[in-house]
Write a protein that binds this ligand. Structure first.
Ligand code: DGT
Ligand code: CA
Ligand code: ZN
Length: 574
């Protein structure tokens, strides 16, 4: 169990306590505990095993006992008790934009709202508008929020599916008779959200695999379990499907269950052209002869006249034709990323110090790191102004001196104000190594105004990167609307890179727009948008995947340059 999971459990406790109207101090204790865990360099599990949790600041005796139980058993009795009596549908209600635990509790207490359906009903009847602390505007926003939730359906973030998929995969690899295990489906293709996790297993003895899936510690409910397929819902709500095939069928099955459906249809068409029929298990010659032995996807694709198509590209948006011509680009790899920008410290809303982040980035093998806290307009994020930037420069200098192995750049994530001007004076911006400009307010202005706002910001001489351009937030917040072409014109003219933000909730700009940025010859910058040391590698873990889906090569990405060339590129006027 890693720190992120522990943090999630503590946050869940805090939310449940709030829902139950418990003492605010108790709520805060768990919120703080979650924050402490999130910002810890050391693994809580290791500390527990070494009996070294006692000394950690912010973790009192009660919390310590809970963490011990959680690490040792993977369960937490207290959390299970809290979950009891709370209608499961209430968690869906909590997902509605703008509804925090306090409002949800009020709706539950006074209007008996226990799920989304009930919430919609009391909005339609106008009862919500009459509730103290709500009003007509809130009611209207709730209705919009429910609609947004329905659009994404029951999909989960990629970031929330990776760990359970990897854990179950490792577990199944240990089951006797199992030869191979692979993740397939949308998770393998790198989609930002997934309906479920698809796991494929090669074995001649399926039953022990089915049993291992049913017994997996994270399982909340077994939806169905047959001879070769088991579907479960994890306690987190995520659905997982596991299929077992004969080892001879593994390659064809992996291609099939990786999809996408559209890609599969294209493959079947190619197979027919070559005199085969392709199904989940085999490539069958139409003349009825024995199917050829196929031991890898590469071999299957080769028989169909295709170069290997990386899973991220399998959406049937031109990759099949490119693979036929041998014209697929060499996609960006995680190791290509030489350094990262967009890192928040305790100076604004991050959990760690400049020193912590620099040390960790060096450990991860990055050649440079750009510290960039929020500017003051982002007051909810404790944004900073020119004076704090000066003070922060001392910390940056100290980190530079302590870590000659990595180049430390000092920058800012500067807010783009409503009129497109920047939140800090020009001389202040000019004194920094780099400037990321991002929108954090007035996200819903009309498209023309937003376009003008972004064009103005990108045209500012000090701006190097346009941060999270659309401001979508998965799974709930829709992207801002604006016209990309003028923004890309300005970016090309002024040498500004477009960020691929690797925060698992942002992934912004997304793969569709990444292809557009590349076509215009505008550079990308793959960043973590990290708020703690644990998230520093999100550039490689998430932004790179999104960039690959957008057909990006290393040459399309600014921060694949080594430190000196990168700094020179930042400095070059546009
Ligand atoms: P999602 O919605 O995030 O789960 O997306 P996928 O792509 O993982 O979809 P899923 O789990 O329904 O199915 C996994 C793969 O199985 C899918 O990518 C392609 C293949 N597949 C499923 N149903 C069909 C189908 O009706 N026709 C074809 N050609 N392929 C299918
Ligand atoms: Ca799936
Ligand atoms: Zn931001």
């Amino acid at each position: 169990m890693d720190n992120r999971e522990i943090e999630a459990r503590l946050n869940e406790i805090a939310r449940l306590l709030e829902l139950k109207g418990e003492n605010p101090f108790k709520v805060r204790a768990y919120q703080n505990g979650a924050r402490v865990v999130a910002s810890m360099q050391d693994d809580v599990a290791t500390l527990v095993k070494e009996g070294a949790l006692k000394g950690v600041k912010g973790i009192g005796k009660g919390l310590q006992e809970k963490l011990e139980e959680l690490v040792e058993t993977g369960e937490l009795t207290y959390l299970d008790e809290l979950r009891e009596g709370v209608p499961p549908g209430l968690f869906d209600v909590l997902e509605v934009p703008g509804l925090g635990p306090k409002k949800v509790k009020a709706l539950w207490d006074t209007l008996d709202v226990v799920d989304l359906q009930g919430l919609r009903r009391v909005c339609e009847s106008g009862e919500v508008a009459k509730l103290k602390g709500f009003g007509a505007k809130t009611q209207e926003n709730i209705v919009k929020g429910i609609a947004a939730l329905e659009r994404i359906g029951g999909r989960r973030l990629r970031g929330d599916a990776l760990e359970p998929a990897a854990t179950l995969r490792a577990l199944l690899e240990q089951v006797p008779g199992v030869e191979r295990v692979q993740v397939g489906g949308s998770l393998r293709r790198g989609r930002e959200t997934v309906k479920d996790v698809d796991l494929l297993v090669a074995s001649r003895d399926p039953e022990p695999v089915m049993a291992a899936v049913r017994d997996f510690a994270q399982v909340g409910e077994v939806i169905g379990s047959g001879g070769t397929k088991t579907s479960v819902r994890l306690k987190s709500g995520l659905q997982v499907d596991v299929r077992v095939v004969e080892p001879e069928s593994f390659a064809c099955a992996l291609a099939y269950f990786t999809g996408s459906k559209e890609f599969n249809v294209a493959l079947r068409g190619l197979a027919l052209d070559k005199g085969y029929s392709l199904n989940e298990y085999h490539l069958n010659p139409l003349d009825g002869s024995e199917p050829p032995a196929i031991d890898s996807e590469e071999a299957l694709f080769a028989l169909l006249g295709l170069a290997y198509v990386p899973p991220e590209l399998r959406e049937n948006t031109g990759e099949v034709e490119a693979a036929q011509r041998g014209a697929l680009p060499p996609l960006l790899e995680p190791e290509d990323v030489q350094g990262i920008l967009h890192v928040h410290t305790r100076w604004s809303d991050g959990a760690d110090t400049v020193e912590d982040l620099v040390a960790r980035a060096a450990e991860l093998g990055y050649g440079y790191i750009g510290i960039s806290d929020h500017s003051r307009a982002a007051h909810y994020a404790n944004g900073i102004g020119p004076e704090e930037l000066l003070q922060q420069a001392d910390e940056v200098a100290a980190a530079r001196a302590a870590h000659p192995e990595i180049r430390v750049l000092h920058g800012i994530e500067c807010d783009i104000l409503g009129d497109g001007s920047l939140d800090l004076p020009d001389d202040c911006l000019a004194s920094l190594d780099f400037v990321i400009a991002s929108v954090h307010s007035e996200l819903n202005m009309d498209a023309d105004a937003m376009t003008a706002r972004l064009v103005k910001a990108v045209s500012h001489p000090q701006v190097d990167v346009l941060g999270h351009p659309t401001n979508r937030k998965l799974p709930k917040r829709e992207p801002s609307s604006f016209d990309w072409e003028p923004v890309l014109d300005a970016a090309a003219k002024h040498g500004v890179a477009i960020e691929v933000n690797g925060h698992p909730r942002r992934l912004d700009c997304d793969w569709v727009h990444i292809r557009r940025v590349i076509k215009r010859g505008v550079k990308l910058c793959v960043n973590p948008d990290a708020h703690s040391v644990d998230a520093l590698d999100d550039a490689r873990r998430f932004a790179v995947t999104e960039a690959r889906r957008g057909w990006a090569t290393a040459a399309d990405v600014l921060n694949t340059l080594p430190a000196d060339a990168f700094v020179a590129a930042l400095g070059s006027p546009g």
